[in-house]
Design a protein around this ligand. Structure first.
Ligand code: ADP
Length: 161
């Protein structure tokens, strides 16, 4: 049984995240979607909200679970016996940071591999912060997040001009 972890802040989940998790679920037996506390970012959604939105967005994908993690990815991967971390790469701009994270995780947990999936062309521009900016200005987020969570995101962030 091959378990992998898709880590992130998911603040909130976007169609780009859903694409990466779905593709990871097709390649591996079990995918743990892990919502991490990123100390360098101030989230707009609470941990519980981010988990609930992810669960709704991924409802059709059977071999996944969504968890919140307080701590190090390398340690969590050991605990869960995960063989790899799966990450999406959008553009050259993601590369340097992801390379650094991957090498750090390898130092902390030498058995842990990092697998990069290239973003689909239509989601290359898409990020959680873009979704937040558009939603806060009451823009149309139809092309950015799954339909089933539009309402919640707009309600939470809309009209904050
Ligand atoms: P972080 O706070 O760690 O940057 P994010 O929640 O922004 O986490 O992203 C989690 C993962 O999803 C990262 O690997 C990121 O590269 C990937 N990702 C984010 N947006 C997209 C997208 N539009 N297409 C492909 N991968 C994406």
């Amino acid at each position: 049984m091959r378990t992998v972890i898709c880590p992130g802040s998911f603040d909130p989940v976007t169609l780009g995240h859903v694409d990466i998790v779905t593709r990871a679920a097709a390649m591996f037996d079990h995918v743990i979607v892990a919502v991490f506390v990123n100390l360098s970012k101030k989230p707009s959604f609470t941990m519980d909200e981010r988990i609930t939105l992810l669960q709704k967005a991924l409802i059709g994908v059977k071999n996944i679970e969504v968890v919140g993690v307080n701590g190090l990815l390398a340690e969590y991967a050991k605990e869960r016996d995960a063989c790899a971390v799966v990450k999406g790469l959008r553009a050259v701009s993601d590369f340097e940071y992801e390379f650094q994270m991957s090498l750090t995780n390898k130092k902390l947990n030498p058995e842990l591999e990092t697998v990069f999936l290239t973003s689909r062309a239509e989601y290359m521009y898409l990020s959680s912060s873009i979704v937040k900016q558009v939603a806060m200005l009451d823009g149309d987020i139809t092309n950015f997040v799954p339909q089933c969570i539009h309402g919640e995101i707009k309600e939470r962030l809309g009209s904050k001009k």
